[in-house]
Every structure is written in structure tokens, then in C-alpha cells.
Ligand binder design. Structure first.
Ligand code: HEC
Ligand code: HEC
Length: 290
């Protein structure tokens, strides 16, 4: 043991008396103020343990004397938010689509609600940006199978398409021309060439010319003389570069041969009245027309 009151020559600091191989330990205690803060924090933490939920037990936890619970706080906030929404939801339920669209506050609320409902219910088929996939229409463009007015969109969403959930579902089926033996392979080929020509493509003018007669006979009723389509029948326009299933020849031949018959659920059976209105208004805002 070395001298207890030894003073280190270099720093002028007292040493603790510990010495190893001639190396001495300086005695530099924590500052007083620091220690007091430490003690105060410990005392404060005991107060905290008593006042607030703190110590985990086997299947629960100490609840604290103030009865605070972050879960209860969230529930309270959510209830308040819901009550604030309810005012708008009640209005939405009663208002016509036209009234909602002309009331800026209600419109903003409907668009936000529609966007949220779309992400949850529709994006898996139509894409998160409503851009669509093969067989699932893009909802951003101004091309509509079943009509792009807000009323038509509302109807399509509530009743769905070719489903057995609603008696009023949009329904109309393109015949499967090859399967039903209305056309043979050569006929399908020719009419496909004519469809390509309608949309500004195609390379076999002779076949297209033969296809024109077949088109007039078999296709005009639904797709129209110029190929403009018919929203009453869900028949897409064939005279532009927007395709539901694809505009390459093989895909067109496939569609004509076997038809397609895309199905969409009747959302009116699944979602509430206000949500369907929100969705119709949101979808219309993406690419609606008249
Ligand atoms: C299970 C897949 C699926 C889901 C989910 C789905 N859709 Fe569809 N939707 C389709 C298909 C397929 C079509 C095209 C049917 C056809 O060929 O006519 C379609 C068509 C539409 C159309 C008509 C487009 C047009 O051009 O006229 C609208 C509007 C639409 N969907 C909105 C919605 C909304 C809103 C939701 C969510 C509430 C939704 N869809 C969810 C499959 C789906
Ligand atoms: C009863 C109405 C009806 C008739 C008749 C009809 N179609 Fe269609 N067509 C549709 C519908 C509805 C669709 C949408 C796809 C589906 O659901 O089968 C469609 C889709 C198509 C498509 C796919 C378009 C795309 O965007 O991918 C092509 C191509 C087409 N039809 C060509 C024809 C040709 C060619 C004929 C005549 C040989 C014909 N259709 C006759 C109703 C009809």
C-alpha cells in the first residue's frame, strides 16, 4: 500500500493509494452537481413507477396510480376522428353524386376516402396507380368499357361485371367465334387483320379486306361500324391503340377465337353506400369523361 495522501507531481491531483508496478491511480471523483442529478433522477423514476404503467408482470403490468394507458389515448383519438368523419359520411350518404362534386369540402373528403378505399379493395386487380394489367382495365385513361360518366362508373362499381353476385351486374358476352364454329381459322385470321387495320396497324391488306365483310356480319353490332366500341355492351373500341387484352395479332386472334369475359365483383354487396360513392368520384377524377 502506498502513501494515502500522495499527490501526483504531473497533474497535482491526489491519488487513491492504488498502485500497480509504480503506476498510481488518480483520485478524480464525479462532480457534485452530476451526482445530485443522478440521485434526483433515481428518485424521479420511483415517482414515475408509481404514477405510470411501468413494471411488466407475467401476464400484465403495473398499471400506475394515474390510470394512464397509451392504448386508451389512441382509442379516444380515433373515436374523435371517427366522429369528425361521421358528419361528412352522413352527408355523403344522403347527397347525390352531383351534389358531392359541387361541394368542394365534401368533394375533397370523398376523393381522400376514395383513394384509401381503392388502395385496399381495388389495387390488387387494377394496380396501385389504377394503371391496369392485361384483362384489368386502366382506369386513368379516358377509354371506358362501360361508360365514364360518374353515374356509369358508380353503377359498374356497385353491381360489378359478369358476376353472379348481383342480378344487375354488367353482362354481355362476346361470342367465342372459333370455339362456337361461327368462323374458321382463316376467317378469324382475316377479321383479326381487319381489326389491326382499324387501329392503324396490320400488314396483310388482302386479308383485311376479306375480314371487313366478316366484321360487318359478326362484329358491328357490338364494336360499331368504325370500331368505336359500345359502352352499353362493354365492347371496347378497336380503332385506337388502347387494348384491354393486347393489340398484337396473336392476342387478337385468341380474343376472337375464345372471347374473354372478365369478371369484377359487385362492390355494392361488400362496401357501404358512402364508400361506393367515394370510389366512383375518385375513379371519375382519374380519367372520367362523359
Ligand atoms: C378481382 C379483380 C377486380 C377487383 C378486385 C376490382 N376490379 Fe374493377 N374490373 C375488373 C375487371 C376484370 C374489369 C373489366 C371487366 C370487363 O372486361 O368488362 C373491371 C372493370 C372495372 C371498371 C370499368 C372500367 C371501364 O372501362 O368501364 C371500373 C370502373 C372498375 N373496375 C372499378 C373498380 C373498383 C373501384 C374496384 C375496387 C372497389 C375494383 N374495380 C376492383 C376486375 C376487378
Ligand atoms: C355481343 C357483343 C360482341 C360481339 C358480337 C363481338 N364482340 Fe368483341 N368484345 C366484346 C366484349 C364485351 C369485349 C370485352 C372482352 C370480353 O369481355 O370478352 C370484346 C373484346 C374484343 C377484343 C379485345 C379488345 C382489347 O382491347 O383487348 C377484340 C379484338 C374484339 N372484341 C374483336 C371482335 C371481333 C373481331 C368481333 C367479330 C368477329 C367481335 N369482337 C364481336 C363484345 C363483342
Amino acid at each position: 500500500m502506498a502513501d494515502k495522501h500522495h499527490i501526483d507531481e504531473v497533474t497535482g491531483t491526489e491519488t487513491t493509494g492504488h498502485e500497480w508496478d509504480g503506476i498510481r491511480e488518480l483520485n478524480t471523483p464525479l462532480p457534485r452537481w452530476w451526482l445530485w442529478i443522478l440521485y434526483a433522477s433515481i428518485i424521479w423514476s420511483f415517482g414515475y413507477y408509481i404514477a405510470y404503467p411501468a413494471i411488466p408482470l407475467v401476464s400484465s403490468y403495473t398499471k400506475g396510480m394515474l390510470g394512464y394507458s397509451s392504448r386508451a389515448e389512441v382509442a379516444k383519438d380515433m373515436k374523435a376522428a371517427k366522429a369528425a368523419q361521421q358528419v361528412h359520411l352522413d352527408k355523403l350518404e344522403k347527397a347525390s353524386l352531383e351534389e358531392i362534386r359541387t361541394d368542394p369540402e365534401l368533394l375533397e373528403f370523398a376523393l381522400a376516402g376514395g383513394r384509401a378505399a381503392f388502395n385496399i379493395n381495388c389495387s390488387q386487380c387494377h394496380g396501385s396507380g389504377a394503371q391496369g394489367f392485361k384483362g384489368y382495365p386502366n382506369l386513368n385513361d379516358d377509354e371506358w368499357l362501360w361508360g365514364g360518366s360518374v353515374e356509369a362508373i358508380h353503377f359498374t362499381i356497385s353491381k360489378g361485371i359478369r358476376n353472379d353476385q348481383s342480378d344487375e351486374a354488367r353482362a354481355s358476352a362476346m361470342p367465342a367465334f372459333l370455339k362456337d364454329e361461327t368462323l374458321d381459322k382463316a376467317g378469324v385470321n382475316d377479321v383479326a387483320e381487319y381489326v389491326l387495320a382499324l387501329s392503324g396497324g396490320g400488314s396483310d391488306a388482302e386479308a383485311a379486306n376479306r375480314g371487313k365483310a366478316l366484321y360487318a356480319e359478326n362484329c358491328v353490332d357490338c364494336h360499331g361500324e368504325t370500331g368505336a366500341g359500345n359502352t352499353e355492351l362493354g365492347a371496347p373500341a378497336l380503332n385506337n391503340p388502347i387494348w384491354l387484352y393486347g393489340g398484337d395479332k396473336a392476342t387478337i386472334v385468341e380474343t376472337i377465337s375464345f372471347s374473354r369475359g372478365g369478371v369484377m365483383p359487385a362492390w355494392g354487396n361488400i362496401l357501404d353506400v358512402a364508400t361506393i360513392k367515394e370510389l366512383a368520384i375518385y375513379i371519375h377524377s382519374l380519367g372520367g369523361g362523359q
